[in-house]
Structure formats: structure tokens, C-alpha cells
Ligand binder design. Sequence first.
Ligand code: NAP
Length: 259
Amino acid sequence: MMSMSNTRLDNKTALVNGASGGIGAAVATRLAAEGAAVVLGYHRNAGAAERLAAELAAEGARTATVRADASDPEQCAFLVDRAASLFGPLDILVSCAGIEHFDTIDALGSEAFDRIFAINTRGQLLLAKHTVAHMRAGGRVILTSSISAQRAVFGHTLYAASKAAVEAMVLNLSVELGRRGITINAVAPGGTATRMAEENAVHYRHPNLDLPLDQWLKIHGALGRLADPREIAGTYAFLASADAGYLTGRTIQVDGGHF
Ligand SMILES: NC(=O)c1ccc[n+]([C@@H]2O[C@H](COP(=O)([O-])OP(=O)(O)OC[C@H]3O[C@@H](n4cnc5c(N)ncnc54)[C@H](OP(=O)(O)O)[C@@H]3O)[C@@H](O)[C@H]2O)c1
């Protein structure tokens, strides 16, 4: 049962993209629990998005679902327009949709580059662009990076680069959006227990040591474990709130003390 006692986001409207899975679902749940009306953006997993919408509605939240492929520029525009037409001007954008990628340089090519950057980088930029067109002063844009943007992992070049670009976009967009009274930040999660982490655990190995992920985490993390998605969602909710009104252009690493 989620608590409805924290109403920090009462009367706020939010679009959460990637809300059918992992971190995005936890963020949507948290924003709704804090009082926001939440549009859940998803791509393939309609069942998960509809189930979450029904759960949130049963708790008294105003929700809707919209399907869009974040790699398609027209669908990014459609998602934002649909969200705004459902709930009015958007106060909060959370962009969580993303895909993982591992490959070594000999196998990297333009197809993989375009596919990863289309979702992880261009999709996030276009959602921000279309959302701020509907946003008033006080708006909050929160994109998703990864600690991989700042930490080397074997074979992670394209994914890490796609996320590092997000951090640079946030830094530079903060200057122009600041003039409109809108903040823009990114969250860079560390390893978090989601489908993405489960599917890719096998790749998070030191190239010269045969260590499974749980041991790798103990060596590289102060807390020595994966995050629960809810432990990441709290930082998005903080950035969405009035408490973060003077925080912009930054990427917040929520990584259990990764070193
Ligand atoms: N889990 C980690 O350890 C970790 C660490 C650092 C950063 N991150 C970042 O955190 C974000 C969320 O990751 P997660 O672990 O929660 O992943 P996840 O469980 O795999 O969920 C990914 C979400 O992205 C959506 N998505 C994927 N491709 C899409 C597309 N083309 N268009 C629209 N939506 C799309 C999925 O929607 P459908 O399923 O409906 O298609 C799903 O809702 C990602 O940006 C990821 O890079 C994750």
C-alpha cells in the first residue's frame, strides 16, 4: 500500500516515460503517492503499464497510459502532446526509457550507434524539447543518465557515451531553461534491480577476473548491493519538488557509493 500522506506534488501533472518497467514504474508510483497526476509512457509492455495505472487509480491517483516509441521523433512529439491534452500543462517530465548495450570495438557499427542514441539520447532530448513547450515557470525536467557515463566497464562504450551526452545536454539546457524558470537535471542510477540489470548482469564482469555481479558489487560499491528501484525513485521525486527549486544543470549519482 502506498502512503498518500506526502502531498508535496499535489495539483502537479507529470509525464513519466518508461513507466512500464523498473525505475520508471517506481518513479510513477512515487510521484502519484505524493499527489501528482501521472501519465505513464510505455512502448512494448502495455500490460505492465495498464496494471500500474489501475493500481495507482485504486489508490486515488489520476493516471493515464500512452504508448510511444522513444526512438521515433514523431512519437516523442505525440507522447507529450497527448499527455498535455489529457492533463493540461505539464509540470514535471521524467524520462526513464532506455536500453542497454554491450559490445567490443570490432563489433561496433553505425546501426548500433544509431539505435542506442535514438532512444537513450535523442529520445530524451526530444521529450524535453516538446515538454518545455507546454511548461510554465516552476517546471521540472528530469532525464536519466547512468553511473556508466563516468565509470569504465568492459564493452560499455556506446551505452556510456549515450548517457554522457545526456549529462552534457542537461548542463547546457539549464542555462536557457533557467531563463524560463524551469529546472533540468538528470539522475544517474547505479546498479538497480530491474529487468535491465537482470538481463545484463553477465556483462558486468572485470575483463580479467571471473567475478559474478554480486561479488563485483561488493568490490565496487560502499553498500555492496543493487538498489531497489524505490531507492532511486526518491531522488526523482525530490528533483520534481519545490525543495529542489535551486538545483539545475546537475546529474545526481544515486549509486550506493560506487567506487
Ligand atoms: N537498472 C540499472 O541498473 C540502471 C543503472 C543505470 C541507469 N539505468 C537507466 O535507468 C532507466 C530505466 O532502466 P530500468 O533498469 O528501469 O530498465 P527496464 O526495467 O528495462 O525498463 C526500461 C523502460 O524503458 C522503456 N523503453 C525501452 N525502449 C523504449 C522505447 N524505444 N520507447 C519507449 N520506451 C522504451 C521500457 O518500455 P517497454 O517495456 O514498455 O517497451 C521500460 O518501461 C534507463 O534509462 C537505464 O539506462 C538503469
